[in-house]
Design a binder for this molecule. Structure first.
Ligand code: ZN
Length: 402
């Protein structure tokens, strides 16, 4: 018995799509391989003249057609949001939680700014709440004044947020952004370099300690600057980087409270801002624990426990289960919302106002705090971000088993 995986994106469906595109070699191979499936099909006489390749194509179409209906009814939210190329035109609003939500009225950060460059542009994840985009642009200027040449901007959000096809579990409501810990080079990167340039891993994979030869005071200044903004609630870094800060920061250490350790984040750091005015459906995260975090909760990361292999490597990730029913109901309207005229029309150039989506600065009621339930097995620092390792670059990191 041959079992076909008819999920969108499966190897089978990819091959099917390709083979149906034309008279490719793949189609021939495919037809030959699956011919045995159709040997008992009664073929009407006129059809026989199509030859066996055409027959296989038709039969395969029928199989795909049968599978299409139930699949469409439960389409995964990651496919729907992942397919959106542009944001929904509306007043900026984050809906739901960082790892389960969406947002409307998003704007894009330009691919190039005076002091930033967007990396991996083909992912189309340079979208965020206008406050998030404005904050990155401000950080790029302030960091430059501190002596950091410029920001390499990693993933922010999809145009309408929502679960992603790959990578992060959070970044869904336009309030999360990844910034590389590699300074912007003094030459402009080509699009090709932005897709392929490797990042510098600052942490030794075995010891989980920062590689001292690569660490510079400029890294500390950059993180401190990012933590200095009132909008920023958390900054997520590898435990090794957190430890380096704990061991070396003198004087004002208050900002260390916002800097929390987490898996990955050894070539970039993650900025999370709070729910913004105008987003009554935005669910705030728990407050960071008091203190600088250079304590037991950090020591835990230097035990064996966080790095044990995942006991259930095959367990599906949240994004592989979430349908529209899993997201806040308002996300359907976000998904159905109108496109702007172009990406350019909703690109935020800073200094002035966003071109097409001005932030609505109405007073919103204090958003409800998110519940901490379901994360009891991990220390408070570990559940602040439900984030999976980055896909693609660099190597996948060990990830939480729970
Ligand atoms: Zn991130």
């Amino acid at each position: 018995m041959i079992r076909l995986n008819l999920q969108r994106g499966s190897a089978f469906m990819t091959m099917l799509k390709r083979s149906l595109r034309g008279k490719s070699l793949l189609l021939k191979r495919f037809a030959t391989r699956f011919r045995s499936l159709f040997t008992h099909v009664v073929v009407p006489k006129p059809l026989r003249t199509f030859g066996r390749h055409a027959l296989a194509t038709l039969a395969v179409l029928a199989v795909a057609g049968l599978a299409a209906r139930p699949a469409a009814a439960e389409e995964l939210a990651k496919n729907l949001f992942g397919a959106k190329q542009l944001p929904a035109v509306a007043a900026p609003q984050s809906i739901g939680f960082y790892s389960k939500g969406c947002f409307a009225g998003g704007v894009a950060i330009p691919l190039n700014g005076p002091k930033w460059e967007v990396m991996r542009p083909s992912r189309n994840r340079r979208w965020g709440h206008p406050t998030m985009i404005a904050l990155i642009e401000k950080l790029s200027r302030d960091a430059a004044a501190d002596g950091w040449p410029g920001l390499l901007v990693g993933d922010i959000s999809q145009p309408r947020g929502g679960p992603m096809l790959t990578g992060h579990a959070s970044h869904q409501i336009g309030l999360d952004a990844d910034i590389w810990l590699t300074p912007m080079p003094d030459r402009k990167l080509s699009l090709e370099q932005r897709e392929n340039m490797s990042a510098t891993l600052l942490v030794d994979e075995k010891t989980h300690l920062v590689k001292d030869a690569l660490w510079a005071p400029a890294h500390t200044r950059l993180l401190k600057r990012a933590a200095s903004y009132a909008e920023v609630e958390r900054i997520l870094v590898n435990p090794g980087i957190k430890k380096k800060l704990c061991d070396t920061v003198k004087g004002d250490r208050g900002w260390l409270r916002k800097v929390r350790p987490f898996w990955g984040h050894d070539y970039h750091f993650h900025i999370r801002i709070g729910c913004q005015p105008g987003s009554p459906k935005c669910k705030a995260q728990e407050n960071a624990a008091p203190g600088d975090g250079c304590d037991q909760s950090l020591a835990w990361w230097f035990t064996e426990e966080p790095w044990r292999p995942n006991k259930n490597p095959d367990r599906p990730k949240a994004r592989d289960l979430m349908t529209m029913a899993s997201l806040p109901a308002a996300c359907q309207a976000v998904l159905d919302g109108p496109d702007p005229a172009s990406a350019e029309a909703v690109t935020y150039y800073g200094d002035g106002v966003p071109v097409a989506a001005a932030p609505v600065l109405t007073k919103a009621p204090s958003p409800a705090r998110a519940s901490a339930s379901g994360a009891a097995a991990l220390p408070a620092t570990a559940n602040a971000y439900a984030e999976t390792p980055e896909i693609g670059i660099p190597l996948p990191r060990p990830r939480p088993g729970g």
